[in-house]
Every structure is written in C-alpha cells, then in structure tokens.
Write a protein that binds this ligand. Structure first.
Ligand code: UDX
Ligand code: UDX
Length: 412
C-alpha cells in the first residue's frame, strides 16, 4: 500500500520504517529539514534498536520530504503533542498536519496516531477534513511502542486498536496490519483514544504504586524488590512495571497523565488517583537527594551522575528523572560530573553548564558521591576505587557489585 507518515519522530519514523519492511511504499514528511536530509541518506536521526539497519535495507521503498504535495492512500499523523502549561496538550501540530494532508489528497484515510484526548478525532479533526473533501475518511490508531523497543513492539504487539467510523476504513486498516500476528480490536475513534490514555495511566499507576510500597518498605527496612517478586507471581497482577525507583519519565507517561487529568477536569471530573500517581512521581526523584544529604551537604561537593536518559537503551532525555535531580543539586551548589552512553548530546541542550565525561571511570574520579539514575547494562559492574568517598546511591536497581562501598537505593 501507499503510506504517508507525517512527523518522522520516535513514533513516526519507527512506524514508517516498519511499514516499509512489511512491503509498503512509505513517504515520510517532517518540517525538520535536517532530519529529512539524514533519512534520505539512509541515516537514522535518532537511536532506536535495529532502526538504522531496517531503514537502510528498505531505502528503495522509503521517500522523505518536508513538503506534502499529492498524497494518496493512508496517511498517519505522528506529530508531537506537547503539554501546555495547564497539562492539556497543544493540538496545533496535529491540526496543521491533518489540514495539510487533507488539502493535498483527493481521497484516502487520515489516521491519527498522535495521542489525543477522547473526542478530538471526531469533534475537532473530522470537521477540518470535511472542509476539504468528503472522500477522505478519518480513523484513530494509537501506538503502544516503547522507545528503544519500538520496532519489536510494532512487529509483535499485544493488540492493535483501530478506531474507525465506517467499515470500509476499518477493513483497509485491518488489511494493512494483516502481516502482523496480533488480535485486532475495531472500535470507534473515541474509544480508541481512551484505550491509549487508560493503558498508559494504568502502567504509570503500577510504577507509582511500586514506588509508594518501596518508600514504605525502605522505612521499615524491607527490600521492595523481594516484596514485588512475591506480589508479581499473582497472575492477576503480572511482574511488569513494578520496578520501584526514581519514577517514570519519557515522552508519554508524564504528558499523557497530565493531559488526562486536565481533560477530565474540563469535563467536570477530578481524577484523584491520577493526581496521586503524578504527585508520587514528582517527589520520587528528589528522595535520592534526601538520602545524599544524610551523608553530606551537597554544596561544593562533586557528585557523579551516571545515566541521563529517561531509561536505558535510548538517547531520549524527555522528562528524564535526571533533570529534576540535576536541577536541585545545582541549586544546592554541587558540582556535577555526568556520564551516559547515549544521551549526553541531548542533555547538553538542557544543562550546558555541567561537565560531561566519556566514560564511567572519568565521571566518578574524585567524586564525593555517585548517583546512578538510569538502568544501563554497563552500570551493573563498576569499579568505584577512583572516587574520593565511595558513597553510591541508586535510583534504579542495576548495580551488582556493592562490596567496599557505602550503598543505598532510593527505596531499598
Ligand atoms: C509521538 C506522538 O505524536 C505523541 O502524541 C505520542 O504521545 C508519542 O509519540 P514522538 O514521536 O515521541 O511523539 O515525538 P517527536 O519525536 O517529537 O516527533 C514528532 C515529529 O513531528 C518531529 O520530527 C517534528 O519535527 C515533527 N513535526 C512536528 C512536524 O513534522 N510538523 C509539525 O507541525 C510538528
Ligand atoms: C511508554 C509505554 O510503555 C508505551 O506503550 C507507550 O506507547 C509510550 O510510553 P516508553 O515511554 O518508551 O513507553 O518507556 P517505558 O518502558 O514504558 O518506561 C517509561 C518510564 O517508566 C521510564 O522512565 C522507566 O524507567 C520507568 N519505569 C518503567 C519504572 O520506573 N519502573 C518500571 O517498572 C517500568
């Protein structure tokens, strides 16, 4: 099939390249000229496991452009939906992308993949499409891709959700996803929109729940990881997303929960549970500083920060828990030596003033304390001998060798 992807970011690019791998012709459109130039040369502008290779072997089926002109077939809208100050999402990019797509096509399907509040596709985006043509249908098809594992998740999803307004559109999208072996739920766009928010809200709730139990467990001298191992064996609970630590970051969970809460508030409902999940998540990273303060007053001290990405195996720092921690330490007057295997370039844009090192060894040299904030595999075994004081506090449970150091976990 002929597919156009508007927005070649983490989601759009992975989606486009994966559709090409399945044999479709894919056109990627993005306003970012630099990104498009790279894609044209077969270079993935972001890190995503397997993306570079998959892009290269499908170059004959992939086109990339900054302009729309004459689109047909199925158009996926994957542009970003950043937060506004009140937590609700900025829909301008989505609206503009939908209008531009509709203006440049005679017929076909516009599929919303960007995460939007229930009602957006039918009440806001459909009227924009109708202004241009009655032959274009609209659908909502949420993504559940984890960064770092996006291509794997695309090829092996737990389910595919198609929110369509008519049978023909639903059938076309079912046909497109036919090579993928997964259950397909066909519903209306509004239900599809809420499935996405509810899924992310539930996963985020599991994490804040694990953190709340973890905070209590630490106080009682109990290892929360041992507790959750026992809890997770109940098949009704499942072992996933119960890892306590410094909380959730990334481009989805914080933004989506805030958008859900803001949208609910405008509809007259106060989401107390979601509010608590976000509050726990906001406080969680700062707990690591409270632990550090038990050992030293951070002012004038050198603190090594290992891990800047919002999780392992990505270069993405959006809403990384390292951000509030570094901010607070800088406010307290600490000197920061940072290291991350992939995310340093992105973090330099947020904190140009801190020192970045190209290895764990260099970052921890002469440090008064070391905070481990991302669960990169290379942090499993670290030789802390070069530190001034061997105080290590972990925000994620990754370190294996703890001999000869003073060690604490954020909630263990
Ligand atoms: C996507 C979804 O859009 C978001 O709603 C969902 O919750 C997470 O996944 P993501 O792919 O992570 O976001 O965002 P990003 O990597 O920022 O990609 C968005 C792309 O759209 C960028 O490449 C940007 O240049 C492009 N864009 C943005 C446009 O092409 N046009 C615009 O008007 C705005
Ligand atoms: C998430 C969803 O998983 C995906 O389905 C959705 O489409 C986009 O948002 P992503 O943000 O890429 O994916 O990462 P994810 O692996 O879900 O982790 C999110 C955050 O939660 C990370 O900061 C991670 O460190 C944290 N996390 C995850 C925990 O703190 N504990 C856990 O047990 C799991």
């Amino acid at each position: 099939m002929d597919i156009t992807i508007v927005g070649a970011g983490y989601v759009g690019l992975a989606t486009g390249v994966a559709f090409a791998e399945l044999g479709n012709n894919v056109r990627l459109i993005d306003i970012d000229r630099e990104k498009i130039e790279k894609i044209r040369k077969g270079i993935a502008p972001i890190y995503e496991e397997g993306l570079q290779e998959m892009l290269q072997r499908n170059m004959d089926r992939i086109k990339a452009a900054t302009t729309y002109n004459e689109i047909d077939g199925i158009v996926f809208i994957c542009v970003g939906t950043p937060s506004l100050p009140d937590g609700s999402i900025n829909l301008n990019y989505v609206k503009e992308a939908v209008e531009n797509a509709a203006r440049n096509m005679e017929e076909g399907i516009i599929v919303i993949k960007s995460t939007v509040f229930p009602g957006t596709t039918e009440k806001i985006l459909l009227p924009l499409v109708k202004r241009h043509s009655n032959k274009i249908s609209i659908a909502m098809n949420p993504e559940f891709l984890r960064e770092g594992k996006a291509l794997h998740d695309f090829m092996h999803p737990d389910r595919i959700v198609i929110g369509a307004r008519d049978e023909k559109t639903a059938e076309m999208l079912k046909e497109l996803y036919k090579p993928i072996n997964a259950p397909i739920i066909v519903t209306n766009p509004t239900v599809a929109e809420l499935i996405k928010y509810a899924s992310n809200a539930f996963l985020a709730t599991k994490i804040s729940f694990a953190n709340e139990i973890g905070n209590l467990a630490k106080l009682l001298g109990i290892d929360v990881y041992e507790v959750m191992k026992g809890v997770a064996m109940d098949h009704r609970i499942s072992p996933h997303f119960l890892n306590a630590g410094i909380g959730f970051g990334g481009s989805c969970f914080p933004k989506d929960l805030k958008a859900l809460r803001a949208g609910a508030a405008s509809a007259g409902y106060n989401m107390r549970l979601i509010d608590a999940v976000l509050k726990i998540n906001d406080e969680q990273p700062l707990r690591i500083i409270k632990i550090l303060e038990k050992y030293m007053e951070p002012r004038g001290k050198t603190i090594a920060i290992l891990g800047l990405a919002f999780k392992a195996n990505t270069d993405d720092v959006r809403e990384s828990r390292a951000i509030p921690i570094i901010k607070e330490l800088l406010k307290m007057g600490a000197n920061i030596k940072a290291y991350d295997p992939m995310a340093m370039e992105n973090m330099k844009k947020i904190f140009p003033e801190i020192e970045y090192y190209s290895s764990v060894e260099e970052a921890i040299e002469n440090a008064d304390a070391c905070l481990i904030l991302t669960d990169w595999k290379e942090f499993e075994e670290i030789n802390f001998d070069a530190m001034k004081r061997k105080i290590v506090i972990e925000g994620r449970r990754i370190l294996k060798n703890k001999e000869g150091i003073i060690y604490e976990g954020v909630c263990w």
